[in-house]
Design a protein around this ligand. Structure first.
Ligand code: PCA
Length: 302
């Protein structure tokens, strides 16, 4: 018997995360001897980013990819990898993931889901239509947010947060709905932002993670060999995805530069201001996350 699954994701087909998911689906097909066919629905075509988690939970899609930090308001631990300068390199991001993983497995398990694998986005920098010397230059600026933390950063620097999903970023900048945001070179290139934005400051503030989830009932309905094939393909996708994230970072920043964007280190005042913003976010997060959050930070820093 053949099983068919839908996998919902919010990012375009050419994004490295999606390419990795497509390779994962092909691996599963091959390793299961064609028994499990996964159809990947890219670019929020099946469900919008904030809806994907609930869709997988309810079984409307058997699998899906989510950005963990999108769900920080539901549970603070989901937002740990969106805290500026807590884990600001690939190595630290993976170390934080290791500390988060048992908590994520438990929470998602309680919600009827299983985490198959996780891949970080490249480091987050600041896109801006005008040059920035310090955070004060962001006052009053319309700022695209993609998570509670990126909205809070806007508030702290006096910018106006507007939530815009990745699939709508290009249009939001083109029409002037937003003039600035923090994100990776990868998402900037997906949106061809060099056409509208002239500056990107390489703050390397955090590396938020996507995770690919599966509905537990759908997983349990598979025979043992197919389950094993899926888990093996997921482990491979996690390793391959990390390498792709590193590669995509340099490649996409080079392409934006080629398109006329200035790719710059943050000026000292901007860097110092953002470090302060990071301290505030961590303090606020710890207050909300409580002992569970403190235990996570301790495990990460050990
Ligand atoms: N791209 C996604 C999340 C982080 C990133 O680099 C976005 O901007 O929506």
């Amino acid at each position: 018997a053949q099983t068919k699954w839908d996998l919902a994701t919010a990012y375009p087909a050419t994004n490295f995360h999606t390419e990795n998911i497509n390779a994962f689906a092909a691996d599963v097909d091959k390793a299961s001897g064609g028994k499990l066919k996964i159809t990947v629905h890219a670019n929020a075509a099946l469900f919008k980013a904030p809806e994907i988690k609930r869709a997988v939970q309810g079984g409307q899609a058997q699998a899906g990819e989510i950005l963990l930090v999108n769900f920080q308001n539901e549970w603070q631990i989901f937002g740990a990898d969106g805290l500026p300068f807590l884990a600001d390199s690939y190595d630290e991001a993976m170390k934080l993931y290791k500390a988060q993983k048992p908590l994520l497995d438990k929470k998602l398990g309680e919600q009827g889901m299983m985490l198959l694998y996780s891949v970080p986005w490249p480091p987050q920098g600041i896109y801006s239509k005008k040059p920035l010397a310090a955070a004060a230059d962001l006052k009053g600026i319309k700022w695209r947010a993609y998570s509670p933390a990126t909205a809070r950063i806007a508030e702290l620097v006096g910018a106006q947060p507007v939530t815009v999903q990745a699939a709508e970023v290009s249009q939001a900048f083109a029409t002037g709905v937003v003039e600035s945001m923090m994100s990776s070179g990868s998402t900037g290139w997906d949106a061809k932002l060099h056409e509208h934005v002239k500056y990107w400051y390489d703050t390397q503030a955090w590396l938020p993670k996507n995770v690919v989830l599966v509905n537990v009932a759908a997983f349990k309905a598979l025979d043992k060999a197919t389950q094993d094939a899926l888990l093996k393909a997921a482990a491979d996708a996690e390793t391959r995805g990390l390498a792709s994230a590193k590669k995509a970072n340099g490649e996409t920043l080079d392409k934006l530069k080629g398109g006329g964007m200035n790719i710059l280190p943050p000026p000292p005042a901007l860097k110092a201001d953002m470090a302060k913003v990071g301290e505030t976010l961590l303090k606020e997060w710890l207050a909300k996350a409580g002992p569970e959050g403190q235990a996570l930070i301790d495990a990460y820093r050990k």
